[in-house]
Design a protein around this ligand. Structure first.
Ligand code: HEC
Ligand code: HEC
Length: 343
């Protein structure tokens, strides 16, 4: 009798734990949106004065997908950042903005932004609450002025009420707009890939994926650090002698940063081709080929990409293939298809 109740108790505990493990962290999660995945480190952005609410998230989402925010009402943030492409812009090496203009860089994916310590390929923006200033006013992106956006929002038939419900102020100002966008972007959390299931002990890799994972840990994770798959540092990963875009150097003017770019996350990497800050590689095969044999040695090349005194990671074709099999486990289909994240 006593034994039986122990077993029941045990089953109950397992039941509760299983339930916890299956929790949906690709926010807006149902109960507590700001609760972060248990296997992630603490988030960098903690909302500070920008108190999170579901209505604030939805307002940020509406703004993100509204072309009203551009000079000629044709381009929204969502024109370049698309959910099923992990909020990147698959297929376009360089971004395509207003009046058919082409930008200078590849559109990065947007998720897990609450962990970002800086924004942009060169880290030129350091806070999520000012981040949208750049695309909104950039001449080849949305080309609008902040004062005109605020004017349009205040005259709009829905926005005044929506903003008032969230921020309880009489009129809309730029800070409220930035706050709403931050509530939305910082709560796009991708943490439900098969990799996450393995990382949290709920699943296992196939033998070849496991070999790929081991190779990844030996060759890549010094920069693409687990579990976010980036360490947020800036590195020159050997793409060029003559960088058309000097990257981090533009911000710091330090020779060591010549051609260094922010280490991007590799989560959802299989759906965001083409790759690198200028979209130069169309496939993961090309990326792996670059790391294996085509690293260009310059004074600012990261020493992590020099092996046995020679630049490059010297991976065999079979090793490259296995690393790609591993990279494919980083796709979070739940996040890419979840309702409520796009409009
Ligand atoms: C024309 C295409 C385009 C539009 C429109 C656009 N973006 Fe971007 N976004 C980009 C590109 C390209 C970058 C990288 C820019 C760079 O590194 O210089 C970027 C970078 C970002 C980043 C930084 C991501 C990171 O990991 O560092 C965020 C966040 C972001 N955009 C949010 C927005 C928001 C919010 C809007 C609307 C207000 C917006 N974007 C509109 C193309 C676009
Ligand atoms: C020294 C640090 C470092 C190491 C080691 C490293 N990377 Fe990178 N990786 C970077 C940086 C920096 C970028 C962005 C460079 C750019 O765009 O100019 C990048 C970009 C990428 C991209 C393109 C991401 C995107 O969104 O466009 C992929 C894929 C990638 N790396 C995979 C790997 C793999 C696989 C390995 C191991 C074989 C590896 N990296 C090792 C620093 C590193």
């Amino acid at each position: 009798m006593r034994m039986q109740s122990y077993i029941l108790l045990l089953a109950g505990l397992i039941g509760i734990n299983a339930c916890k493990a299956d929790k949906d962290y690709s926010t807006p999660a149902t109960d507590n949106p700001l609760e972060r995945p248990a296997h992630f480190p603490p988030a960098h952005y903690t909302h500070d004065k920008n108190t999170y609410s579901q209505a604030g998230f939805e307002l940020g989402r509406k703004l993100f997908f509204d072309p009203l925010l551009s000079a000629n009402n044709t381009i929204s943030c969502g024109s370049c950042h698309k959910q099923n492409e992990a909020f990147a812009d698959a297929g376009n090496a360089l971004s395509k903005g207003i009046y058919g203009k082409t930008g200078i860089r590849n559109t990065p994916a947007i998720f897990n932004m609450a962990w970002n310590t800086s924004f942009m390929w060169d880290g030129g923006v350091n806070h999520i609450e000012v981040m949208p200033l750049s695309p909104l006013t950039n001449k080849v992106e949305m080309a609008e002025t902040i004062s005109n956006i605020v004017y349009k929002l205040n005259r709009h038939k829905e926005y005044p009420t929506l903003f008032k419900n969230v921020f309880h102020r009489d009129s809309i100002d730029d800070q409220q707009m930035f706050w709403a966008l931050a509530q939305y972007m910082s709560n796009l959390v991708s943490a439900s890939s098969r990799y996450d299931d393995v990382y949290t002990g709920k699943a296992s890799f196939s033998p070849e994926e496991q070999e790929g994972y081991n190779l990844f840990k030996q060759n890549c994770s010094a920069c693409h650090a687990e579990p976010l798959l980036t360490d947020y540092s800036f590195k020159n990963n050997g793409l060029d002698y003559q960088f058309a875009d000097s990257g981090r150097y533009r911000i710091t003017r330090n020779e060591k940063d010549w051609g260094a770019f922010k280490v991007p996350t590799l989560r959802n990497i299989a759906v965001t081709a083409p790759y690198m800050h200028d979209g130069r590689f169309a496939t993961l095969e090309q990326v792996l080929h670059h790391y294996a044999d085509s690293i260009i040695q310059t004074p600012s090349l990261s020493t992590l990409l020099i092996k046995n005194g020679m630049s490059g990671l010297h991976l065999t074709a079979d090793e490259q293939r296995k690393i790609i099999l591993f990279l494919q486990t980083l796709t979070d289909t739940k996040f890419l298809t979840k309702d409520g994240l796009s409009q």
